[in-house]
Design a protein around this ligand. Structure first.
Ligand SMILES: NC(=O)c1ccc[n+]([C@@H]2O[C@H](COP(=O)([O-])OP(=O)(O)OC[C@H]3O[C@@H](n4cnc5c(N)ncnc54)[C@H](OP(=O)(O)O)[C@@H]3O)[C@@H](O)[C@H]2O)c1
Length: 317
């Protein structure tokens, strides 16, 4: 009999690829979705359950027990309250359901940036990681580096003849980005890998690590056009955040705006690679790789216009 896997955050960028990867491997999948989710995928082995996990786990109580749980839940904004509701509270409700079912594995999609927790969403992710690790369920935590989508936002600007924006000289940070399909395949492989039990797994895509300046140079080569670079000082974000912070004590919207600026500063200055305590630097060599699709492959697909990212238009298999 095939295993049943509950995927929370199934409508997200990685979640939907995890659902596909599971179906391709003949798992039975329960996609947990918000009532507002835009979801058109159907498959004989796919069941959808709808509910607001940030409010209650009612939707999970009426379904047959699952063998595995994969959480790809993530706060879409990174705002302070939303981070607590999604990264901690909703995952906590999932954990309670998983404990009742006695699942063979609870797999959490986390992020490599929690190595240096300065932001609200990182602290909430770590708080849940600690709760999961203290539970009596077999668990695996996956901490990926950057996704391709996070490095593709400036292609349209360049195609319009605008400049490529970097912070500092464009080499303040580096990452080993991973393709969504490669990450989804990696996640599904860990479910049945005994060595992944009680493991925290940082993971990137095929190296070498690339800086923002390297991304600009790669795009210049692929677009066959000279790239204008415009440099911004990352401390601007912190200055504006500091100005907003006192008002954030009274107004939650301002508190979130200050947090978004701190998020921007974090990604402008911190690499998405494994942090080496020994050398006090980010280490490309210590960052494991998986998959075969490169950032260059992804950029070429976008430039050719043959990437369809909406779930509704997505063709399965
Ligand atoms: N972006 C990167 O480069 C990067 C790198 C490393 C790690 N990560 C981590 O990878 C994880 C997944 O990222 P992703 O890009 O796949 O996320 P995403 O596309 O933003 O998807 C988030 C998922 O969580 C659900 N969700 C959000 N708010 C919710 C709420 N209030 N109640 C219930 N469900 C809610 C979303 O449902 P709806 O569709 O209904 O909103 C969606 O299914 C995150 O933990 C992220 O931090 C990201």
């Amino acid at each position: 009999m095939t295993h049943r896997v509950l995927v929370a955050g199934a409508s997200g960028y990685i979640g939907r690829h995890v659902v596909e990867a599971l179906l391709q491997r003949d798992y039975r999948v329960v996609a947990q979705l918000r009532p507002s989710a835009q979801w058109t995928l159907s498959h004989p082995n796919l069941e959808c359950v709808y509910g607001e996990l940030t409010e209650s786990a009612q939707c999970l109580q009426n379904i047959q027990a699952c063998d595995f749980v994969i959480s790809c839940l993530a706060s879409r904004s990174g705002g302070v309250r939303d981070a607590r509701l999604v990264e901690y509270d909703a995952n906590n409700r999932l954990l309670a359901a998983a404990s009742q079912w006695g699942v063979q594995r609870f797999l959490l999609l986390s992020a490599i940036c929690v190595q240096k927790p300065r932001l609200a969403f990182q602290k909430e992710k770590l708080r849940f990681e600690a709760k999961l690790r203290a539970s009596n369920l077999p668990w695996t935590i996956i901490r990926p580096t950057a996704f391709f989508k996070s490095l593709s936002g400036q292609i349209a600007r360049l195609q319009q003849g605008k400049s490529f924006l970097v912070f500092g000289n464009g080499t303040l940070t580096a990452c080993k980005p991973i393709a969504e399909q490669d990450l989804a395949a990696y996640i599904v492989e860990q479910l049945t890998d005994a060595s992944a039990i009680e493991a925290i797994l940082p993971i990137g895509g095929p190296g070498p690590a690339i800086t923002p300046l390297g991304q600009a140079q790669l795009l210049g080569h692929l677009l066959q056009q000279p790239i204008k670079i415009r440099s911004l000082p990352p401390r601007l974000f912190l200055i504006v955040a500091a100005v907003l912070s006192p008002f954030g004590l009274v107004f939650s919207r301002v508190r979130d705006q200050a947090e978004f600026l701190r998020i921007a500063h974090f990604y402008a200055t911190e690499s998405m690679l494994v942090w080496s305590e020994e050398s006090s630097t980010y280490s490309e060599a210590l960052t494991p790789e998986s998959g075969s699709k490169t950032l260059s492959d992804c950029y070429q697909q976008i430039i050719r216009g043959d990437v369809v990212s909406e779930l509704g238009e997505h063709k399965l298999f």
